[in-house]
Design a protein around this ligand. Sequence first.
Ligand code: CMC
Length: 429
Amino acid sequence: MTDSLTVRDNRTGQEYDLPITDGTIKAADLGKIRPSDDTPGLAVYDPGFVNTASCRSAVTFIDGDQGILEYRGYPIEQLAEKSSFLEVAYLLIHGSLPSKAEYDAWVHEITYHTFVHENVKSFMQGFRYDAHPMGMLMASVGALSTFYPDARNISDAENRHMQIVRMIAKMPTLGAWSFRHAQGKPYVYPDNDLGYTANFLSMLFKMSESKYDADPRLVHALDVLFILHADHEQNCSTNAVRSVGSSQVDPYSAVAAGVAALYGPLHGGANEAVLRMLRRIGTKENIPDFIKGVKDGNERLMGFGHRVYKNYDPRAKIIKQAADDVFEVVGVNPLLEIALELEKIALEDEYFVSRKLYPNVDFYSGLIYEALQFPPEMFTVLFAIGRTPGWLAQWLELVQDKEQKIARPKQIYTGERGLTFVPAAERWS
Ligand code: CMC
């Protein structure tokens, strides 16, 4: 078997051998296919990059048919069960698990960079009373680039490390303050005696008590949710981080682009849509009618189906367990009963089975977030905090990858050509 593709250009009758490497051909090799020297080479038309590899990456592996997700080779199930979010963040950034000394140093670094400059606080206080927390997060992460102008020096490894630590450390502070702002409550400063996730909960919910003491089961559940969201290879927001980062801008600006992409309802907003759907269904008795509507093509079963997973999303299984833990502490979300029944019916129904539609990560996550007292606008902020190490690991890989160039897709031009401009005074007379 030869690892190449023979292409015959029927315009000229000429044949080309294109090498196949890692299951791909190089788009640049296609560019060599041209009927004559003065016609453009063949290009690939692929809106949404549905079948285009944009990079080589050693961060995250997904096998959608088998329902496998691994960070740096470690199955998500093992990481969710046995690791912590900061350990997973270390793994994603550094590529291997930390020794005890490395882990302690990492936690220390992250913990002592949780505070932000007071002017960041005034900046955030300037937002309108009803500002969406995701918009505030996007702007304030981007604003950090002005507080750390040294971040522009992306060719220096130590400097890059500093910005990575700062961003992972400060994301919960910015996220929590965005939440407090919408509630008209004073911003709470980080409490560095607490772990990463417990500190986040303290900044979110602390009022007049001297120390916020979150239930460890809730801290653990949120930590697991952060782990599950920490990376998902070349999704829309990661692609945004890489694309913007390819201009060699500082990492705060690149991550702000990732937050912006996540803000969109097709990416970060599906769990909120699941809650709306469950509320609309209202009772178990209404489920058959709802399923009929889905099968008739009138609506979608939100939280089901995935572009990549054609099997049970491995994250959904873990989230279901986390949901049970949370409900044990705060009481069962009444919508859970409807969700469970929906899942049961859908998993047995030919429509969903034949299309390989299974619950995805968003089917249960909204239920947990709601039980933890988060309003829907905060769901995507939580996603962004969890995804930050993934964005940064991908950014780090990008800036060190000699094969990467500034992202600059081609287009198929469909507009006019060669028009003659008539000045306004003549056109309007
Ligand atoms: N409910 C009912 N039918 C569905 C659903 C659904 N949730 N998802 C896909 N289908 C059907 C679709 O109608 C099509 O049927 P047919 O072949 O008869 O036309 C078939 O399944 C294939 O669907 P598709 O739209 O081609 O699949 P896609 O890969 O383009 O879409 C998706 C993936 C996630 C956008 C889609 O499954 C969907 O809209 N799901 C609901 C929204 C949702 O839960 N989104 C969260 C995704 S997970 C987020 C993350 O990983 O970050």
